[in-house]
Design a protein around this ligand. Sequence first.
Ligand code: 6PG
Length: 473
Amino acid sequence: MSKTECDIGVLGLGVMGRSFALNMADRGFRVGVYNRTEEKTVRFLEEQAGGRPIEAGSTLQAFAEILKRPRAVLIFVPAGAPVDETIDELIPLLDPGDLVVDCGNSHFKDTDRRNRMLAGKGLLFLGLGVSGGESGARTGPSLMPGGSGEAYRRIRSILEASAARVGGEPCVAYLGPGSAGHYVKMVHNGIEYGLMELIAESYDLLRRGLDLSVEQLASTYAKWNEGVLNSYLIEITARVLERKDEKTGRPLVELIADRARQKGTGRWTSMDALDLKTPVPTLDTAVTMRNLSDRREERETAARVLGPEAGAASCGGDREAFLPRLEQGLLAAMILAYAQGMSLLKQASRSYGYGLDMSAVTGVWRGGCIIRSALLEEIRGAFREEPDLANPLLSPALGRAVMKRRADLVKVVSTAAELGVPVPGFMSALAWFDALRSARLPANLIMAQRDYFGAHRYERVDEEGTFHTQWEA
Ligand code: 6PG
């Protein structure tokens, strides 16, 4: 291969970078690679790249030289300072018109800043959300590009060839200007947190509350994955529950410490939702529960002081009858978690000028990503019929789908409360749904209180204008 012909460059050979480099090479593209520590590059070439059209640069300069002009460089380094450092080192080696693509989970405000900075230097930039973990990157991820439309057109054929496919369509679409791609990926992760929390709560309810064995749980989730709950996260839950620890022979899940770590994308989703005044309580709860799980010593002390652990209580004696209700309640709560994330995307699209096409977003999420599920097809259908829906629940079909299962959701929440098993994700989903369909909420009392102590004034239901009452005689 001549030394000036790589179609695309991959900078950073961590798990995601090397998997995506192999993926693109398998689709017939010539890939130039570079990694700061050279041993990693050597190992990659020796152990994985063999026989594929992959060429490495031993220095960053050599890497820049083996790329076709105008260059396209995909950066796969951890979000935050490493992205800025990498871009700073790369800039002097690039020519005007070259393209830089940040493939990490970058904060959207960093993406906007980098976009402006690179545009000032005559360079193109894309913020590309990549979902699907290692195996997704290797065989077909879901790709969420945002930034310059011209930049997207330049690498569109490579991204389309390398993305997951559903019904022949690639799971990639240009989502909008600026940080649109990274924003959509952030909310994808916020929804991911919400769905994972709901599934974890259902597991806790069955295990601690109903005393089902891990083996029974594994077969329950495997069965659920064949039905309405069909999704990647339910599928891997069944697989996780099936796995036995090699050392002890016990279910591995029971030996894993109950401290949930986080890199930050779920928290960013909640923080921006607060800034945009868009309620996403189930996604917020998922972040809160990860934080609570991390305070293990505090929980252990509280458990000693405040009484026995929940568990082994009966569920009105009828576990068999409860399982299908939990299945339906979980479906309803999952619809509500997706709906919260999507209503945030709609608001962000208006506030930040992304011009998001929600059927394109849901189309990209149908395959390759962590939140892919049969449900997304229905949500996509709702946005196809009514692209301007502010919230997918306002579509009659989806609204009815939750309404039909509301009693199941209530049953899950009330059973859990009686058993003392915490299900704040389910509770928040139910409360959000009920609040949303309340034409009147008790904010009138809050407004009266504000006016009472601070003369903040209130509006009336029967008259235009703002009013103040002298509350104390
Ligand atoms: C994906 C995942 C991926 C990553 C998360 C984990 O879409 O492939 O979301 O991006 O696994 O960043 O996030 P936490 O560390 O915050 O759980």
